[in-house]
Design a protein around this ligand. Structure first.
Ligand SMILES: Cc1ncc(COP(=O)(O)O)c(C=O)c1O
Length: 462
């Protein structure tokens, strides 16, 4: 992707312009770009990323956002409604995860900036509490190999050794006995996914919960992706196991309001079985010349707009709204999975839910991607084994999308069969599919990714 995607149409601001521009002109230019870019996912052919995809919903949330976008919720006295919205977002999410079943603690939470934010807060809380209560100085944390990289990032940031538990190649679920064998007196916690990003499968959370109770270490359930849809699947009678606070070993849960919570990007929740977990990572600086400082999480200033819009999305849709969206998504995912299963050359990994992943033993699955990409399909690419994943969201529930998937997939399979094990043009990059990266050495891949990030974040000279 170019570092200057619109250089042929608009001037590039290499320097801070001396003179300002007309508001209407700025808005017109940006409206044009945003509308053009929306077209890529409005077709319903893009995996994940646009969870709601409903412009009326976005417009309602924009109205709410506009009321509070300028407010800094650090200043609670100026904006008591932020306290109301934050408290109620947390209360509603705690309710969704059956926190009322907890008899051995006082359930609480934090609103964070996203899934990674929620996960890092949980890992930090676990590290701090293990240090305070158990004197742990060489912390380690256990995650299934399929756990999100946000756990690796959190461990990297907070000096925690990460132990990666293997998963069963068929079910894609974590090997609980491996976890048991690798817990020691420096283990600050472990996690399981409901569901994981790669395969949409759910770890054996009940077995992990039993182990957590037995070993006396906390268990985080990563519901960043599934948290706002799986509970509605349970209510709809789908075969989705219990993974929430009803299980005695579950000490924290992350659930992203900015995914299937249908809020704007920039909010998530992390919930704790007891307040002592959350409070262990509170930060206080009492002797600063600028005044006494304390913060409940890693952020400083935060916009009231995102919080208000998240609250508005939840109360406007209500459980009824979420349930009906969930039904359409689960039905669509099943229809797409049936299409994949109708091809004996394709194989779905594990027992997925709303998100599924498929591979092939007969050909490199990226040939399927190569064929479908020009038709507007954007799957997420995976490796070990090479696989394509489709996170079904509301845009796929539109009329005609499943039918197009069925037809294009059939042609793509025929194309891939011709190509066999010849190398495909595309390969696996998290959140998307990039070209030509299969079978390259790790160092080369890191260099390539660093260059890609450089070019996207800090523009090189023209
Ligand atoms: C299971 C899971 N956990 C955590 C995350 C991280 O969320 P975010 O990208 O909001 O930081 C994701 C993102 O897709 C996810 O799927």
């Amino acid at each position: 992707m170019s570092s200057y995607p619109y250089a042929d149409r608009f001037p590039v601001n290499r320097t801070f312009p001396e003179q300002g521009r007309d508001r209407a002109d700025v808005l017109a230019e940006m409206t044009q770009l945003a509308k053009e870019e929306d077209q890529s996912w409005e077709t319903g052919r893009v995996s994940g990323t646009m969870y709601c995809g409903d412009h009326d919903h976005y417009s309602f949330m924009n109205d709410v956002f506009g009321l509070y976008a300028h407010v800094n919720i650090l200043q609670r006295d100026i904006c008591p409604s932020a306290t109301r919205y934050e408290g109620e977002v947390l209360a509603m999410t705690l309710d969704l995860f059956n926190a009322d079943a907890v008899t051995d603690g006082e359930p609480v939470g934090l609103v964070t900036s996203g899934g990674t934010g929620s996960i890092t807060h949980a890992v930090l809380a676990y590290r701090e509490k293990a240090a305070q209560d158990r004197g742990v100085t060489r912390p380690n944390f256990i995650k299934p190999e399929t756990g999100h990289p946000a756990f690796d990032k959190a461990c990297h940031l907070f000096g925690v050794e990460l132990r990666r538990a293997p998963v069963d190649p068929v079910t894609t679920q974590v090997d609980v006995e491996w976890v048991r064998a690798n817990i020691d007196d420096q283990t600050i916690g472990m996690m399981g996914s409901a569901c994981n990003y790669g395969y949409g499968t759910i770890d054996p959370i009940e077995a992990l919960s039993d182990l957590a109770v037995e070993a006396g270490i906390p268990l985080h359930v990563d519901g960043c992706l599934g948290g706002f849809i799986l509970p509605f699947g349970q209510e709809l009678g789908l075969d989705i196991p219990v993974f929430d606070f009803r299980l005695p070993g579950v000490t924290s849960i992350s659930a992203d309001t900015h995914k299937y919570g249908y809020a704007f990007k920039g909010t998530s929740t992390v919930l704790f079985r007891d307040k002592s977990w959350r409070n262990s990572q509170y930060f206080f600086l009492t002797d600063w010349t600028g005044g006494k400082y304390c913060s409940p999480g890693m952020d400083g200033s935060r916009s009231g707009g995102l919080l208000a819009a998240t609250w508005a999305a939840m109360v406007q849709l209500g459980k009824e709204g979420y349930r009906s969206y969930a039904k359409a998504i689960f039905d669509t995912s099943k229809a797409m999975q049936d299409a994949v299963r109708s091809h004996p050359e394709l194989k779905i990994l594990g027992e997925p839910t709303f998100l599924f992943s498929f591979t092939s033993d007969e050909f490199d699955i990226y040939h399927v991607n190569d064929f479908m990409r020009p038709r507007g399909w954007r799957f997420n690419g995976q490796q070990y084994p090479n696989a394509l994943h489709m996170a079904v969201t509301r845009p796929q529930t539109q009329d005609g999308v499943v039918e197009a998937f069925v037809a294009d997939l059939a042609e793509a399979v025929a194309y891939a069969k011709e190509k066999g094990q010849e190398p495909a043009a595309s390969g696996a990059v998290y959140g998307g599919v990039a070209g030509g990266m299969n079978d390259e050495a790790d160092e080369f891949i890191k260099m390539f990714m660093a260059q890609m990030m450089d070019e996207q974040q800090a523009l090189p000279p023209l």
